[in-house]
Structures are given as structure tokens and as C-alpha cells.
Design a protein around this ligand. Structure first.
Ligand SMILES: N[C@@H](CCC(=O)N[C@@H](CS)C(=O)NCC(=O)O)C(=O)O
Length: 342
């Protein structure tokens, strides 16, 4: 048989790059809208009501277990002791449709909804935005109350007082400190990890990764003297940081290239993470298999082979930590970070 002439390697590489880059940028802009300079820009949430009629069984949270924004609401629900008062529906990502799917929609009003986008359109006909988790659903008014995690956790903290057993996580005396920290942590850490992972230019990645680790370094410093970010009491600022930190070594370090250091390399942040993980009810809100499966298995443009890496696990979070000693030995100090624009 005559041998067929091999294609020149240069041609294969150039064609492969052209096809892949075109596909990659198209898929990335679907998954992660970006600015002209290639920075990831998270879309605004659409449902922003703050009207709550606190009654056990009236409200339901819809969450995906891998999502750090939804996880904030689960952690707050647990810290406030609202598990029995506020129901839960878990959705799962479809592997090839880029949307959340219901496993058993029967406990929701639109029983024929298979996916979260269907649910959003049934709840709000004509809705054109993204169908994101978390969702706070009002089963009496049959409406989506709010789909912005930052606001849902404030509502869970303050509007369910008659039903809640947990402490105030956003007290008036700490509000200013909490807000200042939140602003910086949102821009550079919570959303910062996504800015690293979804960057479409080297410059956008370089900036995001530099800001991310600058903030982590600063937070580690604060935690030398403070058990929690604002002192000895846990607040919503900790809730918001926790759900990013717990995914960091397992997912963001690899898939989002946040790899200057791991959280387990930070002397304070590592113990702080274990401290919060070990608080009553919190470990039950954490699902490492969902985190690995969804980040590595479902963000196709970032991991086309879908291979899920073996490590690391969360065993270190179950080990004893010394954080309580900080509260005993030192007066609480609040050191709000200087806020910078995103
Ligand atoms: N601003 C929202 C963001 C929530 C968000 O981006 N959730 C992601 C999962 S981690 C989602 O549901 N994405 C589906 C989509 O964008 O279509 C919040 O904090 O509540």
C-alpha cells in the first residue's frame, strides 16, 4: 500500500488552534460575559424583593450544591437554625445543556418544569435573564422573592427572627466593618477566583490573580489577632468568605489557575476554614463530590476532557484547630480592609 503523505505538523497546529480558539472564545462568552479588555463581568441578579412574611414552611431555597453563592444561603440557614422553617430543593447541572435541572420538581408549583430556566419563565413569564441559583421562593405568593445571594443571606439573618435560633450575623455595630470587607472580598476573592478562571486575556488573568492573593495575604494577617474577620463573633462576612475558601484548594487552585498558594499553605486561613467547617450544621452543607463533579466535569471550555482530579480532600478540615484560643487570649479587633474598586 502506498503511504499517504503526512500533513505538515505546522498546518495541523495552526488549523487546530484557529478552530479551537474560535470555539473557545464563543463558548467562554456564553458562559462568562466579558468586558472589552477580557475581564469577566458577572451579570446582575434580577429578583431583588426584600419583603418577607416569616412563617414556617412558606419559603423555599433552590440551590445547587457546588455553587458558592447558593452555599452562602445554606450556611446562613444552618447558622440561624432555620432548616425546619425553610424548605430546600436541590438542582443538578446538566452535562451538555449548561443549565440546572430538577431531580424531583413535584415539591414545586410548576410540576412540569424540568429545568431552572423553565422554572424562571413559569414564575416570571417573559423572563430573559440567566436562571441562576440560589433562588428564594415564596410558596404563598407563588413568586421568586430574590435571586441574589448577598441579599438572601441578609434576609435569612434579619427577617425570620421569630423562627430563628441562631445569633445576629450582621449586627448594627459591625455593619460598617462587614460591608467594607464584603466589598473587597467580593471583588477580589468571591468573584476574583472567577475572574482568574474566566479571563480571556493574559493581562486580565494577571491582574485578577495578583489582586486575589494580595487580599488573601491581608486576610491572613487580620486572622492573626481575630478569630473571625470582624472579631470574636462570626458574621456574614465570614459566611461569604467561607464558601469560596472551601472550594479553593479542591477546585479553584486547579481549574481557575489560582495557584500561587493553597489555602492550606496559609497559617491562619487554613485554621479559620477548619473552624467554620466544624461549627454545628456546617459540614452538612458542604458536598465535595458535587464541587469536583461540577467544576471539573461541567465547565467544558476550561476542562474539555472532563477528567476530575483525585485530590485534595477535606480531611484536614476535620482536624483540631487552635482558633478558639485567639478569642480567649486577645481582645477582639476589627480591622476593616480598605475597599478598592473591582
Ligand atoms: N449574583 C448571583 C450569582 C449566582 C450564580 O452565578 N450562580 C451560578 C452557579 S455558581 C448559576 O446558577 N449560573 C447559571 C447561569 O449563569 O446560567 C448570586 O450571588 O446569587
Amino acid at each position: 500500500m502506498p503511504k499517504r503523505a503526512a500533513l505538515p505538523p505546522g498546518l495541523i497546529v495552526r488549523t487546530g488552534k484557529l478552530v479551537w480558539n474560535t470555539m473557545w472564545h464563543t463558548m467562554m462568552s456564553q458562559m462568562a460575559p466579558r468586558s472589552k479588555s477580557g475581564d469577566y463581568v458577572r451579570p446582575e441578579s434580577s429578583f431583588r424583593s426584600r419583603e418577607i412574611f416569616p412563617k414556617a414552611g412558606r419559603y423555599r431555597l433552590i440551590v445547587g450544591m457546588s455553587c458558592p453563592w447558593a452555599h452562602r444561603t445554606l450556611v446562613t440557614r444552618a447558622l440561624k437554625g432555620l432548616e425546619d422553617a425553610i424548605a430546600l430543593t436541590i438542582v443538578y447541572p446538566s452535562t451538555d445543556e449548561g443549565r440546572w435541572l430538577f431531580d424531583a420538581p413535584a415539591d414545586l408549583p410548576f410540576a412540569d418544569c424540568r429545568s431552572l430556566p423553565d422554572f424562571y419563565s413559569s414564575a416570571s413569564p417573559g423572563y430573559k435573564g440567566r436562571a441562576t441559583v440560589p433562588v428564594l421562593w415564596d410558596s404563598v405568593a407563588n413568586t421568586i422573592v430574590n435571586n441574589e445571594s448577598a441579599e438572601i443571606i441578609e434576609l435569612l439573618n434579619s427577617e425570620f427572627e421569630e423562627l430563628a435560633t441562631g445569633p445576629d450575623l450582621y449586627s448594627d455595630s459591625l455593619k460598617q466593618d462587614i460591608d467594607a470587607l464584603n466589598q473587597k472580598i467580593y471583588a477580589t476573592v468571591n468573584n476574583g477566583v472567577y475572574k482568574c478562571g474566566f479571563a480571556q486575556t493574559q493581562a486580565a488573568y494577571d491582574q485578577a490573580v495578583t489582586e486575589l492573593f494580595a487580599t488573601l495575604d491581608e486576610l491572613d494577617e487580620i486572622l492573626v489577632t481575630n478569630r473571625y474577620l470582624c472579631g470574636n463573633a462570626l458574621t456574614l462576612a465570614d459566611v461569604r468568605l467561607f464558601t469560596t475558601l472551601i472550594r479553593f484548594d479542591v477546585a479553584y487552585h486547579g481549574i481557575f489557575k489560582c495557584n500561587r498558594r493553597r489555602i492550606s499553605d496559609y497559617p491562619q486561613l487554613s485554621g479559620y476554614l477548619a473552624d467554620i467547617y466544624q461549627l454545628p450544621g456546617i459540614a452538612q452543607t458542604c458536598d465535595i463530590n458535587a464541587v469536583k463533579r461540577d467544576y471539573f466535569g461541567n465547565l467544558f471550555p476550561l476542562n474539555p476532557g472532563g477528567i476530575v482530579p483525585i485530590g485534595p480532600g477535606w480531611d484536614s478540615l476535620k482536624q483540631p484547630h487552635e482558633r478558639a484560643a485567639i478569642a480567649r487570649s486577645k481582645p477582639a479587633q476589627s480591622k476593616p480592609a480598605q475597599s478598592k474598586p473591582a
